[in-house]
Write a protein that binds this ligand. Structure first.
Ligand code: HEC
Ligand code: HEC
Ligand code: HEC
Length: 430
């Protein structure tokens, strides 16, 4: 929960984290001058809230030197180097250049950026917060790494085209706080809508790759994973989570479960672990934020009006045949029950329960299938050292076996979701 890279500063924020562990709310460092190395600590904190490191670091590369490959429907982009190198990074950016890039999506040479840089979210962020991030970035070691050239399909390779895109889809402007809401709600809204760019994964996109405001936070597919509905809908969304449960999930990547109940409680938030892209968000960003900010995020999310227009969960699963059920049970006992336990009840905090689990029960089985194919890291937050990972079964089980196993999980222990086809597994395998 402490900053990984900036040892000078760990004292203060780690001290906060300790207080957090004692269940007390800690103020975020809002007055940089009161902190040791104040402005840089604050800048690093805000860069963490924006998860800049996730996109601007390639596997095996140095932080912020770029080169991460991002595949879009329009071709492949490589993230730029944002270390202070004058030739290869952003060392020559003025404060105005930096603000213009992140708030307006325009480069110092006057050309538009592709929205793979989430400027449609960062446009909401105050100047002073972005400039603190800039000062932090400028305090890092310059790197002369040069990322590969983008490979976008014509006509998307023509940057000027993005002027038109911005005209139609880009709603520029800072976050306006709502005076009818409390401070906590407004802080949460500022973080979620701005630096946190949660909607970049949790909001569906249209054909032009822009997020749909009318379906904000109703759930979307990202790299084959399903980022679920975060509105307060009771069935699909976060309606059953309490603010505290949500804050703990954001901080640790694990949702708390009621250990004592032997039957799944239909009204309670089930245990689940952050997976795939969300495990990275938890690891790189959310687990390092002050609990007061995570609570603010939770308060804001819990207040999003329920919206399930697109996502109707079917009432009951089609019934599995006796033979498929038996085959699923055998696969479960052989491959899974040692960790997830005989009745899918899991073992907190090591192995999430599979009964009542939202990943298992989601109408879209994407995250369940992806987890079975790829496994899961087990430690999104470094909050626990559980030392156990979820193994990958992609090379152990066939598409047919994964489909049968997944269907068994979805129809057992009170779980209630339609079966999975081998075709769906095959489609996510590549
Ligand atoms: C989801 C991925 C993603 C995240 C998160 C992200 N960026 Fe970027 N960023 C990009 C991409 C992609 C580009 C290049 C866009 C283009 O070429 O049009 C870029 C470009 C930039 C540039 C312009 C660099 C140049 O040489 O012109 C700056 C500055 C920048 N990002 C800063 C940040 C900061 C600061 C954060 C965190 C607050 C951040 N980025 C978070 C993907 C991301
Ligand atoms: C060696 C122990 C182990 C085995 C065997 C194992 N798992 Fe897991 N599983 C885990 C751990 C640990 C996690 C949590 C990963 C994390 O925190 O990211 C997990 C997570 C999951 C999740 C995601 C749950 C959530 O809410 O995020 C699913 C679904 C799952 N396992 C299903 C299975 C199935 C089905 C099998 C059998 C084919 C299986 N697991 C076998 C350890 C195991
Ligand atoms: C890079 C994409 C990405 C970003 C950015 C992202 N998420 Fe997620 N999120 C996912 C995916 C994929 C899942 C589903 C896998 C899982 O359950 O962990 C998920 C799951 C969740 C869940 C669990 C929901 C459930 O019903 O199980 C919560 C809560 C959540 N995200 C909150 C957030 C918040 C708050 C933010 C912004 C601070 C955010 N996410 C940003 C991709 C993302």
């Amino acid at each position: 929960m402490c900053f990984r890279s900036l040892t000078l500063t760990t004292s203060l924020l780690c001290a906060s984290a300790l207080v957090v562990a004692g269940d007390e709310l800690v103020d975020t460092p809002s007055d940089p001058s009161e902190l040791p190395q104040g402005r840089l600590v604050y800048g690093e904190y805000m860069a963490t809230a924006g998860d800049c490191i996730a996109c601007h670091t390639r596997p095996g590369g140095k932080p912020f030197e770029g080169g991460l490959r991002i595949d879009t429907p329009f071709g492949t982009l490589y993230t730029p180097n944002i270390t202070p190198s004058k030739d290869d990074g952003i060392g020559a950016f003025s404060d105005q250049d930096f603000l213009h890039a992140l708030q307006d999506g325009i480069s110092p040479s006057g050309l538009p950026y592709y929205p793979a840089l989430p400027y449609p979210f960062y446009t909401k962020v105050e100047d002073e917060d972005l400039l603190a991030i800039k000062d932090y970035l400028m305090s890092l070691e310059p790197s002369s790494y040069q990322p590969p050239k983008n490979d976008l399909r014509w006509p998307f390779s023509v940057r000027d085209l993005m002027f038109g895109w911005q005209e139609v889809y880009f709603d520029k402007g800072r976050f306006a706080s709502d005076p009818s809401r409390g401070e906590e709600w407004n802080r949460g809204a500022y973080l979620v809508e701005g630096l946190g760019h949660c909607g970049s994964c949790h909001t569906p996109r249209n054909m032009a790759g822009a997020t749909e405001p009318s379906q904000a936070m109703t759930g979307a597919i990202i790299d084959g994973w399903y980022a679920p509905n975060l509105t307060s809908d009771l069935g699909e969304g976060l309606g059953r989570w309490t603010v505290d449960e949500l804050a703990v999930f954001l901080q640790t990547g694990m949702a708390p479960a009621d250990l004592d109940s032997s039957e799944p409680d239909a009204g309670a938030a089930p245990a689940t672990a952050a997976l795939g892209p969300m495990a990275e968000v938890a690891h790189d960003s959310l687990s390092k934020l002050a609990l007061s900010d995570l609570r603010a995020i939770a308060v804001y999310l819990k207040d999003l009006p329920p919206n399930t227009e697109l996502n109707h969960r079917p009432k009951r699963p089609e019934v599995l045949t006796e033979a498929a059920y038996e085959q699923g049970r055998e696969l479960y006992v052989k491959n899974c029950s040692a960790c997830h336990q005989d009745h899918g009840q899991g073992l907190q905090p090591y192995f999430p329960a599979l009964r009542g689990n939202p990943v298992v029960n989601d109408e879209r089985p994407n995250d369940l299938i992806k987890t079975l194919l790829l496994g899961a890291p087990s430690d999104p937050s470094e909050a626990f050292s559980r030392h156990v990972v979820m193994p990958s079964f992609g090379s152990v089980l066939t598409d047919e076996q994964i489909a049968i196993l997944a269907s068994y999980l979805r129809a057992n222990w009170g779980n209630d979701a339609p079966p999975v086809t081998a075709h769906a597994v095959e489609a996510l395998r590549q």
